[in-house]
Design a protein around this ligand. Structure first.
Ligand code: ADP
Ligand code: MG
Length: 713
């Protein structure tokens, strides 16, 4: 039997009544399989003695004698303190909610103590401890008399808990479940892999992860179960790639059909960079190919991704279809719509702009035109894919700044066309480890170069107290006819905050610092109509200074703006800072970015500012970000649950991941119909981020020689 098939409710296990079951449910445990997959977050080693004097090294595990009892606190809140000593030191056990310990541990008792200690009020103290009579428990192998000695082995699992549930309740339940069901568990990994890597058999692995006999046992169990998770994940990804490749992309565009693209290129005052050329060639290849495109276009801020996406849209239009371009903010969506109108309408392309804020009548008309096929390209926010929006023939969905979108929106898009091509764009590089997992069936294009003539932005760090020097510098830029951004971490300050906020800072800038330059305020609470007017005026150069929050972070493209001042820069993450800096340096003039920081800086803040000062390459900055913050924090990653596997972490375990991928794909190739027993965690991870709709018909494995595509990365 496979673990995933153990659907017996936990209430069948001895010791799990309705009250316990309700608490378990809060941990997501309802059945035996979910219980057994509730892996320990740590293990306590009761066999290795760490005396009290070494409390600061982590856990203490030692034989102690009870010296005295004491009580503190008022009447009903009285709390027991028990003083104990071993051969090295004295310590105090604070027994919150455990008054009964007074009777269990009379003065003079000898017992074994396990716990985490800290130093307070002159004592070595612990509130998180367990105690057993000397010689019981794992040490003497099993007496279950008294206290909490229950005959667990010397190494005990420490589970994630919820209120009202104790480690020992869970330990008991797991032990019962293992005794009853463990032996009949079947392996889920292929025999060949188990033998090759010396992994544990499933019953052994489950026992060892919960009740290991040694540290080595833990390592073996982890290795086995992690590999199993990664293998599952990759099998699922492989299957998904197969499904995509088995869907048809609809009538092919005429292979030579890049007339519209040609005409746009002819009208541009510049030529494409080599990176742009390569990207569009790959995209054209996809769109002429037999499968719906699923491509991620990566390129640093300012590398010209928008233009590439317009070219892709033209190809879809030329093939008789429609294209939708989705941006994360209304500001950016509108900018795209306007640029597209300027560049594409002269070619006879019919453009539209759709957001959630459209007036009802206008919206109804627009929706009608969309479904009638009277609109070729529509730009907008996620409103593009709301339920009532229908397309006549959506051939291409473009997602700009894809990391800003949740998976829900991605799903909604794919539900629109029969199988529209998907082009996702991002300036935030996806680490390779993620690329192998959730994005594992995407093709990737990278634009590595910048349009010619760009001068790298010069970055300066400035202490808040030296801000006047920054103002003077910005003033010179303004005098020369350029424009500037000032960005703040808050819209409006509360009393408790000593941060500068956009609203009051804007007032000060306008009244005291730059009274002769027109200034406007922009943040998420400004209404859309005013936002639009402000942005238009800024773009036309009528407004010289934009005081804003990070709403200007993504996409905004105003080449005449040459100064970016970020106040409280220490408050912003690396990717936000990089994006903000990318708002300048878009024209021919030398641009500057001032990162103004608080006089008191945390180490972390210091490191981030240093990274910004020393690097301009977004890919390098993203790597640094990954190092500093850890993989779970990458923009867009937390919400999508990429890291909710049980034990494995695709970033940390990248080498294993790559191997699991090879194994999984080899197996799929041999047996395309491969079915795996259910693994809820893996299923959830994938469910959260499926870029592709399930194919309507049977998947079939692509021929090995199909060359490029989802399998290779
Ligand atoms: P991003 O990749 O950050 O989305 P954009 O698409 O906003 O970058 O492009 C930044 C600017 O570069 C725009 O003003 C665009 O018109 C310009 N641009 C794009 N491609 C080229 C090119 N090949 N040569 C010169 N300028 C270009
Ligand atoms: Mg962009």
């Amino acid at each position: 039997m496979f673990l995933g098939e153990l659907k017996e409710p936990v209430t069948r296990l001895k010791g799990a009544g309705p009250a316990t079951a309700a608490k378990l449910a809060r941990l997501g445990i309802s059945t035996v399989d979910t219980l057994l997959r509730h892996y320990p977050r740590d293990w306590e080693d009761w066999s290795r003695t760490v005396p009290l004097k070494d409390w600061s090294r982590g856990r203490v595990c030692t034989e102690v004698k009870v010296l005295a009892h004491d009580w503190f606190g008022a009447a009903r809140m009285r709390t027991l303190k028990i003083y104990v000593e071993d051969e090295t030191a004295r310590a105090c056990l604070v027994c919150f909610n455990r008054p009964f310990m007074e009777r269990q541990l009379p003065v003079g008792t000898r017992c074994r103590l396990y716990g985490h200690f800290y130093y307070k009020y002159g004592d070595i103290q612990s509130t998180a401890f367990e105690i057993e009579p000397s010689g019981s428990g794992g040490l003497a192998g099993g007496g279950s008399a008294g206290l909490s000695g229950r005959g667990f082995g010397p190494i005990r699992p420490v589970y994630p808990l919820t209120a009202g549930l104790s480690q020992n309740i869970l330990r008991d339940l797991v032990r019962h479940a293992l005794a009853q069901f463990g032996p009949s568990l079947e392996d889920e990994l292929p025999e060949s892999v188990i033998c090759r890597d010396g992994l544990l058999r499933k019953p052994e692995a489950m026992r060892a992860i919960h009740f290991p006999a040694s540290q080595e046992d833990i390592e073996q169990a982890k290795k086995t179960l992690m590999y199993e998770e990664l293998f599952y994940l990759e099998v699922m990804i492989g299957k998904r790639a197969m499904q995509r490749k088995s869907a048809s992309s609809g009538p092919r565009s005429a292979a030579s059909g890049s007339l519209l693209q040609r005409r746009l290129l002819d009208r541009l005052p510049f030529s494409l960079t080599p990176g742009q050329q390569e990207a569009i060639a790959e995209i054209n290849g996809d769109m002429d190919g037999p499968f719906p495109m699923a491509r991620l276009l990566q390129g640093d801020v300012g590398s010209g991704k928008t233009l590439v996406s317009f070219l892709a849209a033209l190809k879809a239009v030329e093939a008789g279809g429609q294209a939708a371009l989705m941006a994360p903010t209304e500001l950016l969506a509108r900018q795209h719509a306007e640029t597209a109108a300027r560049l594409l309408e002269p070619l006879g392309v019919r453009m539209a702009f759709l957001t959630g804020n459209l007036k009802i009548s206008g919206r109804a008309q627009l929706l009608k035109a969309l479904v009638a096929g009277e609109i070729d390209i529509v730009a907008g926010t996620h409103a593009l894919f709301s339920r009532d929006v229908e397309y006549r023939n959506l051939r291409l969905a473009i997602i700009d700044e894809q990391h800003r979108f949740g998976v829900v929106q991605r799903q909604a898009i794919m539900a629109k066309g029969s199988t529209p091509g998907l082009l996702m764009m991002s300036a935030t590089p996806i680490p390779r480890s993620l690329a192998l997992t959730v994005f594992g069936d995407l093709d990737v294009s990278v634009i590595r170069d910048m349009p010619p003539g760009r001068k790298p932005v010069r970055t300066h760090l400035a202490k808040a107290s030296n801000e006047n020097a920054v103002y003077e510098f910005v003033r010179r830029g303004l005098d020369a006819g350029h424009q500037a951004y000032f960005v703040y971490p808050l819209i409006e300050g509360g009393d408790e905050s000593d941060l500068k906020d956009a609203v009051s800072a804007a007032r000060r800038l306008a009244e005291e610092v730059f009274p002769s330059f027109p200034l406007a305020l922009l943040h998420s609470k400004v209404d859309e109509e005013e936002k639009r007017r402000t942005m238009d005026a800024f773009r036309r150069g009528e407004i010289k200074i934009l005081a804003a929050t990070s709403v200007v972070e993504v996409g905004v493209d105003v080449p005449n703006a040459t100064c970016m001042v970020v106040e409280h820069a220490e408050r912003f993450g690396l990717s936000a800072l990089h994006q903000l800096r990318g708002r300048v340096g878009r024209g021919d003039a030398q641009s500057y970015c001032f990162l103004v920081y608080a006089d008191s800086l945390t180490e972390d803040g210091k490191t981030r500012l240093k990274v910004m000062l020393e690097n301009s390459d977004g890919f390098v900055i993203a790597e640094e970000d990954l190092k500093l913050r850890g993989p779970g924090q990458i923009a867009g990653v937390e919400q999508s649950g990429y890291f909710k596997l049980g034990l494995a972490d695709p970033v940390r375990d990248m080498r294993e991941l790559a191997r699991a991928r090879d194994d999984a794909f080899a197996m799929l190739e041999a047996d395309p119909g491969l079915e795996l027993p259910e693994n809820r965690r893996v299923a959830e991870v994938l469910e959260l981020a499926p870029p592709f709709p399930p194919a309507a018909h049977e998947p079939n494995i692509p021929a090995k020689s199909s060359g490029k595509g989802g399998y290779t990365f």
